[in-house]
Design a protein around this ligand. Sequence first.
Ligand code: G3I
Length: 378
Amino acid sequence: MRRGPVPHRLTRRTLLIGAASGGFTGLIAAPRMLEARDDGATLASLASAKGLVLGAAFAEHELDKPYGPAYAQAYVRNVNSITSELAFKMSALRPNANALNFEPADRTVAFARKHALKLRAHTLIWNDDLPAWIWQLGPGEIEQLLDTHIMTMMERYRADVWAWDVVNEPIAPWDKLPGNLRKGPFLSGLGEGYIARAFRQARRHDPNTLLVLNEAQTETADDNGRVFRDSLLALLRRLKAEAVPIDAIGLQAHLRSDRRYDYGLFSGFLDEIAALGYAIHITELDVNDVALPAAIDKRDTAVAEYYSKFLTTVLAHKAVTAVTFWELADHTSWLYYEHLGKVAQSHRRPRPLLLDQSFEKKPAWSAVAKALTAMTPR
Ligand code: G3I
C-alpha cells in the first residue's frame, strides 16, 4: 500500500483506488468531513468565485509560536492554497546524505488536508539553499540524487500536491554562464539537461499534478529584469522545442519599492509566455517597502498601491490561474526575519504583506480584495 498521508482530496478516483486496494475502506462509507472553512473573510471566496487559486507561503514551524492559532486562522480565512516555504526543500528534507526528514512536509500536508487547501510544493530541484553534502557529489551521484529525490517525493505525496515547483530559479546572470543559467551541483553535473530530466522524471511519477518552472526577478523595468525575461523566454522556447512536460511558469514577483516597473512591458512578457501555451502562476508576491516613507500609514498606503497595480495587470491575463503571496502577515515574512538578523534594534520593521502583526487587515488586504472583485473570471 502506498506510504504517506491519506489524500485530502477525496476525489472519486482516489476513493475507488483506495477501495480497490483496501487502503481507504472506511472512507467509502463516510468520507472524513474536512473541517469547515470560514470563507466569510472573502479573499478566498472572492478568488474562488472567479476560478482563481489564491494562496500564501506557509511555514509549519510558525504554528508552534505563541501566535500559532492566529497564524493558522489567517490561512483558513484568506486563502484556498498554500505553498510550502521550507518543508519541501532539500535543505529541510535531506540535512545529510543518510537522512530524509519528512516531518515538516507531512505536517504541511496535514494542515492543507484539514482545511481543504490546495498544496503547492516548493521545490524539488534548486541550485541554491542546498545542504553542504550535495555540493560534494560527482556527476553520477547528482544524477542519481535528482532521479531518486523526485521519485521519492512524487510517490509519497502524489495525492496531496496540486502543483510542484519542479525547478526553481534556473536563471542567474551573475554566474555569467551560457543561457545565463544559475551555477550549482545540478548544472555542473548534468548541464542544462537537468531541467528537462527533472520535469520528465516528475511527470513519470505523477501524471496528474501541475509541473511548474519557477523564476524570480522578471518584473522590473531595468536591465536586470530585461535579462531575466529574455533568458527565461529563450530557455522556455528550448524546453518547448524538446516537448518537456511543463504545465505552468511561476513568476515570483518579489516587488521592491526601490525598483522601477512598467506594467505594459510586463504585460507583454506575460503574453509571450502564454503564447508558448503555458499557464502562469504568480508564486511569491510581496512588496519590499525599503524605499518607502517610515510613517506607517503612508508606507502601508504605498504598499497597497503596488499590490493594486501589479494584480490589476496580471489578473487581466486569463493565463494567470494562481496568485500566491509569500506569507500573509508582516512578521512572518522572510524580509522581516532577514531584517531581524541584520538590524536587531531598528524600530522600522518591514511591512511587505496583507496583514499586520496582529493578523489584522492592512490597506494591502483591501487592495487585493478590490482587484479580485474587479477581475474577469478564469
Ligand atoms: O528556523 C531557523 C532558526 O531556528 C535559526 O535560528 C535561524 C538562524 O539560523 O534560521 C532559521 O531557518 C531559516 C529559515 O528561512 C526560517 O526562517 C533559514 O536559516 C533560512 O535559510 C530560511 O530562508 C528561507 C529561504 O527561502 C531559503 O530557503 C526563507 O525563509 C524563504 O522565505 C526563502 O524563500 C525563497 C524561495 O524559496 C525562492 N524565491 C526567493 C524566496 C525568498 O528568498
